[in-house]
Design a protein around this ligand. Structure first.
Ligand code: SAH
Length: 248
């Protein structure tokens, strides 16, 4: 997961220092740490540190630069996060798609994600420095997403995508799964018993045997569980035979 720390978050002309602190906090919770600030309005500032709430190391390491090209100088893949989609001719991807692209290229490209000003976002000239535009799909009737909340969503998607790339931790059952042959003979026994009690008509089974098979295939029973089920069937069958013998 350490590779996430090589993804750069760039904030352009942020007005409120609190948003810078909150963005640093959002980054750190997701394992990102490289922050570049383009002409922040009011920084350094106690409010930024307060809102960073423990992510002050991210703030302390943040680089302040004069313009966006300086922030992107060494970057090979740049996403511009934008709230507005109207009148844009650039390719736009969702935050999730962008994260998948970024993680897929992480080992060979320096990646940056650029966030705009609170009031006006990113200019067209700034967007022109981005290979891809990134949009978080929001409620069209209330699309106002705070800058640091947008940073949080994007960093979360990056983390999820990075986690998805790791070999999945399989939850090993403590016991072995029943092999197909064992499940098969259990079904034979079950069907025989269902015929005996008149629940299954062998001349007109409809889809019952298939449905039962599907039920057990989905459950992935263990050897022990099949043994329990077989034991129950055997017990029921014995009871039935005994009562039938008693009735005679
Ligand atoms: N009123 C501005 C919104 C700026 S919000 C505008 O119309 O552009 C500040 C920054 O947060 C944006 O520049 C963008 O980088 C990010 N942001 C906010 N909402 C977003 C969304 N739905 N998708 C992607 N980024 C978003």
């Amino acid at each position: 997961m350490s590779e996430l720390s090589s993804i750069r978050i760039v904030l352009v002309e942020t007005s409120h220092p609190g948003n810078i602190g909150a963005a640093a906090r959002a980054m750190k919770t997701m394992g990102l740490s490289e922050l570049v600030l383009v002409r922040p309005k009011d920084y350094p500032c106690v409010e930024a540190t307060a809102r960073a709430a423990g992510a002050d190391d991210v703030l302390a390491a943040a680089r302040v630069v004069d313009d966006l090209p300086a922030a992107l100088d060494d970057c090979q893949l740049v996403f511009g996060a934008t709230a507005r989609l109207r009148s844009l001719r650039w390719p736009v991807v969702t935050a999730r798609e962008a994260a998948a692209m970024a993680i897929g290229e992480l080992d060979r490209s320096k990646i940056a994600i650029v966030f705009g000003r609170e009031r006006t976002g990113l200019s067209n000239d700034e967007l022109a420095l981005c290979q891809q535009l990134l949009n978080i799909p929001v409620n069209p009737d209330f699309s106002s997403l705070n800058l640091s909340a947008a940073v949080q969503v994007v960093c979360y998607e990056l983390r999820l995508a990075a986690l998805g790339d790791q070999p999945r931790q399989t939850t090993q059952p403590e016991e072995e799964y029943a092999p197909a042959g064992m499940i098969d003979s259990f079904h034979a026994q079950l069907e025989k018993e269902l015929v005996e009690i008149g629940f299954l008509d062998p001349d007109n089974p409809r889809q019952l045997p298939l449905k039962l098979r599907r039920l057990f295939i989905k459950a992935r029973p263990t050897i022990n569980e099949i043994k329990i089920l077989r034991g129950i069937l055997k017990g029921l069958s014995r009871r039935r035979n005994d009562s039938e013998a008693g009735a005679k």
